[in-house]
Design a binder for this molecule. Structure first.
Ligand SMILES: [Zn+2]
Length: 192
C-alpha cells in the first residue's frame, strides 16, 4: 500500500514537472504557492481522516494541514521565508522568537535536503524538533509530573500529524518540479 502511494506521488510529481505547472520561480516553488496548496488540501485531508479515524481527528487534521503554512520544509533556510515574514509583520515579538526557534534547525538541515523535505521524514523531524524545545522548556520550569494522554488526545495528535504530513508531502511534490522536468527530458529519448 505504502509503495503504491509512493509510486503515485512520484508519478504526480513527474507529471507536474512535465507539464510545467510550476507556480514559483524557475528554481523552486515560492512560499505563496506552497501556502495555497496547504490551505486547499486542508478540507479534503480533514474529511479523509475524519472518515477513517473519527470527526475529532479530522478536525485536528485540518489544523495540522493549515499549520503546514508556517511549520513547513523551507524552515531549513537561514534566510527569512515568506511565512516567517508574515508572522513578523503581524506579531513582531512572536515572529522574531519563531525565527530564533528555528535557527538551529536551519543550521543542521541542508536546504531542500532529505532531512527537511522528504515526506514523513521531514514532518517527523520538525515535530521532533518542536518536541525537543517543549521538553527543554518543561525541564526548565521543573515540572516532573507525568502527563496522562487520553485516547481522544492521541487521536487528535495523530490527525494533526497526518494533516501536517499531507501539507509537507504536497510541498515535496511541488518542489523540484524544474529538476524533475530536466530528468524527464533527459530520460525520454532513451525510451522513445
Ligand atoms: Zn521547499
Amino acid at each position: 500500500m505504502g509503495f503504491q502511494v509512493g509510486l503515485a506521488l512520484c508519478g504526480l510529481r513527474g507529471w507536474i514537472a512535465w507539464h510545467g505547472l510550476s507556480l514559483g520561480t524557475a528554481k523552486e516553488m515560492n512560499g505563496r504557492a506552497h501556502a495555497t496548496a496547504s490551505i486547499v488540501a486542508a478540507l479534503p485531508a480533514g474529511l479523509a481522516v475524519g472518515l477513517i479515524i473519527g470527526p475529532d481527528a479530522g478536525l485536528c487534521a485540518v489544523g495540522g494541514c493549515l499549520a503546514g503554512v508556517f511549520i513547513n520544509p523551507d524552515l531549513d533556510q537561514l534566510t527569512i521565508e515568506r511565512a516567517e515574514w508574515k508572522i513578523i509583520k503581524w506579531l513582531p515579538v512572536i515572529g522574531w522568537a519563531w525565527l530564533a526557534l528555528w535557527d538551529v534547525y536551519a543550521r543542521v538541515c541542508t536546504h531542500r535536503g532529505f532531512l527537511s523535505h522528504f515526506p514523513i521524514v521531514g514532518t517527523l523531524g520538525r515535530v521532533g524538533y518542536l518536541e525537543l524545545w517543549d521538553l527543554a522548556l518543561w525541564a526548565a520550569r521543573g515540572s516532573p509530573d507525568a502527563v496522562m494522554v487520553t485516547p481522544a488526545q492521541m487521536r487528535c495528535a495523530l490527525g494533526a500529524f497526518i494533516g501536517l504530513a499531507v501539507s509537507d508531502t504536497l510541498h515535496w511534490v511541488m518542489d523540484d518540479s524544474v529538476q524533475m522536468a530536466k530528468w524527464g527530458k533527459a530520460l525520454l529519448p532513451r525510451f522513445a
